[in-house]
Design a protein around this ligand. Structure first.
Ligand code: G3H
Ligand code: 13P
Ligand code: ZN
Length: 333
């Protein structure tokens, strides 16, 4: 048993309370490799933003859970080396799908876990979430739960259609489970294809897809039921079209990739939405930078020469999200 407190990590409780009161959101960035982690820490340290490092099941399979946890431990020291005296870094399990995986993360030094029972019948979601909360809270580890189904790929859980969170269920769910935060479904979804072209209109000038707005009425109704309760948005990449264009003009093929417009995320960040999950945008930044090096310098074969530019591009992206979208800069001085 390793306590996250010994590793210099923090849970989400204080981060979220401050974010709700301050009208901003904490970035939750997924990481799978060293370059992504370096970029996240550099961007957070340079902007003094609290940050949540997320580890998905896919990341654990790809990089190994043990290695990822030691990398996060190293990230705290790296942040200090960069001059961030009091780093506010949370290590979070993204989309935990069983009590066992949540327990293993709690026991291994994670400071926060998500139990995603959103695909289960309501009562089963409650029972599983409650079991995880009872275990995690003994060690002061915070727990995110999910109610409502996002469209698209949710790790192993695939949903064809989204089902918005039902505001009439949230009081009962939060009270009976004791969860610390609630991920909701209001129209976001995972990946780089968040909407089908037929759900969008097209900008006549650029031919690009313009997505439908998020269901802010559902968010408002949830906030009315649970005033001041921390709300989480998954699937919040904006799929920057400049990256999609670079990828598509340098040998890639991402037709009609579309995300959540940043002005909608800015609006959400000012509300009780205090955690915004971003993964796909980092993948796009990485891929765009690598494809460009490969196209411009076909003789290059040193991975540092293409992973380095990818890391720089991701750092730029993370800083942009922190400063221009979530407003979390300067909140962890
Ligand atoms: O929720 C989905 C995250 O983007 C993680 O995706 O399972 O491919 O690592 P992944
Ligand atoms: P994106 O695919 O929109 O980046 O969402 C990531 C996410 O929700 C991770 O849990
Ligand atoms: Zn997610």
């Amino acid at each position: 048993m390793v306590s996250y407190k010994e590793l210099g990590l923090v849970n989400t409780r204080e981060m979220f309370a401050k974010a709700i009161n301050g009208g901003y959101a904490i970035p939750a960035f997924n990481f799978n490799n060293m370059e992504q982690l370096q970029a996240i820490i550099k961007a957070s340290a340079e902007t003094k933003s609290p940050v949540i490092l997320q580890v998905s099941k896919g990341a654990r399979n790809y990089a190994n859970q043990t290695l990822l946890r030691y990398m996060a431990q190293g990230a705290v020291e790296y942040a200090k080396e960069l001059g961030w005296e009091n780093p506010q870094i949370c290590l979070h399990l993204d989309h935990g799908d069983s009590f066992e995986v949540c327990k293993s993360c709690v026991d291994f030094g994670f400071s926060s876990v998500m139990i995603d029972g959103s695909s289960l019948p309501y009562e089963e979601n409650i029972a599983l979430t409650k079991k995880v909360v009872e275990y995690a809270h003994q060690f002061d580890v915070t727990v995110e739960a999910e109610l409502g189904v996002l469209a698209g790929v949710e790790d192993d859980v695939q949903a064809e259609e989204s089902h918005y969170t039902k505001p009439e269920e949230v009081i009962d769910f939060a009270t009976r489970t004791g969860c610390d935060s609630l991920a909701i479904s209001i129209g976001t979804s995972h990946g780089a294809y968040k909407f089908k072209p037929e759900q969008c209109t097209r900008d006549p000038q650029t031919g690009k897809l313009v997505p439908p707005p998020l269901a802010f009425d559902v968010l408002d109704a949830i906030m009315e039921k649970l005033p001041g309760f921390p709300i989480v948005l998954h699937g919040s990449s904006s799929v920057p079209q400049e990256y999609v264009d670079i990828i598509n003009t340098h040998g890639g093929n991402l037709p009609d990739a579309v995300g959540i417009p940043e002005e909608q995320l800015r609006k959400a960040a000012k509300s009780a939405v205090c955690k915004i999950n971003i993964d796909s945008d980092s993948r796009l930044a990485f891929t765009a930078a690598v494809r460009k090096v490969f196209a411009d310098k076909p003789g290059e074969f040193d991975p540092r020469k293409y992973c380095g530019p990818a890391r720089d591009e991701m750092t730029k992206l993370y800083k942009h999200k922190i400063i221009e979208v979530l407003g979390s800069d300067g909140k962890a001085e």
